[in-house]
Ligand binder design. Structure first.
Ligand code: 16G
Length: 249
């Protein structure tokens, strides 16, 4: 679609969204480029400012465009494309892309396990777990809020470790000889709540991914249950599915 066709059943804002998306996908507009103002887009397409705004907001929510107060709307950087399939750590995934990881440690203390945590880790209610809440920051941009619960022999000494500039999985391997054998992960789409919203620097109504990971030791004992909020505008996850020989059920 290259121009708006008002006789079509497709909403006009949606048609404009597709036109703008094509300009990004074709490379006509590059990441970091300032796109034409709302007024210019109104004039170019003969549509109302409200309709133009609706198309832009949709593309901002999808992470294709980025708005800067007082400066205009820019083409966003491409999303982080991450393959799922092995138990990698945040630092490992980002370092492999040449990115700089740091964390703002928000909580790091022993707490009684909440029922959801106790169930995931196979503990009795109120057994102590090490709670580690970190805002994960990549090249200066907060990308995820991770609330991690750990339970393994000696986990209480983790409260002394500075995890703002080092990988938890590295510390677990080096200090506790703990290397994940496998993990289960669930992902769910949701709208960001006010607390993570503020930390992640998102605007109200932003979509995020809620991810729960339970990691097991090499001998199959759960040692980590982490609930994470990942920015929906920054990530694309890839999963490879294996075909069934006997065909669809
Ligand atoms: C990943 C894991 C998280 C783990 C963290 C360790 C997901 C959704 N979560 O972010 O469970 O605690 O890596 O990261 O993948 P670190 O070793 O960089 O501290």
């Amino acid at each position: 679609m290259t121009s708006i066709d008002k006789s079509q059943p497709l909403p006009i804002y949606y048609q404009l969204k597709e036109i703008l998306q094509q300009r990004i996908d074709s490379g006509e507009w590059q990441p970091g480029d300032l796109i034409p103002s709302e007024r210019d887009l109104c004039n170019e397409h003969g549509i109302s400012r409200m309709t133009v705004r609706q198309a832009i907001v949709a593309l901002v929510n999808e992470g294709r465009l980025r708005r800067e107060q007082g400066k205009g709307t820019f083409v966003a950087q491409p999303k982080i494309e991450q393959r799922l399939g092995s138990v990698t750590s945040f630092t490992q995934d980002m370092s492999a892309r040449g990115k700089r990881v740091e964390s703002q440690v928000l909580r790091q203390e022993l707490v009684p396990a909440q029922p959801e945590v106790a169930a995931a880790l196979g503990l009795d209610a109120d057994e102590q777990v090490m709670l580690l809440e970190r805002l994960r920051i990549v090249d200066g941009v907060p990308l995820a809020l991770e609330t991690c619960h750990l339970h393994f022999p000696g986990c209480e000494s983790l409260s002394q470790v500075d995890l703002s500039h080092q990988s938890l999985y590295n510390v677990l391997a080096q200090t506790y000889d703990l290397i994940p054998g496998q993990a289960y992960q669930q992902m769910e789409a949701t709208i960001c709540e006010p607390y993570p919203l503020r930390l992640l620097g998102l605007s109200r109504g932003s979509p995020v991914l809620l991810i729960r990971r339970t990691s097991l030791t090499q001998s199959g004992r759960p040692f980590e249950y982490t609930v994470s909020i990942y920015r929906g505008d920054k990530y694309i996850f890839h999963v490879q599915l294996i075909g069934r020989e006997e065909g669809p059920p």
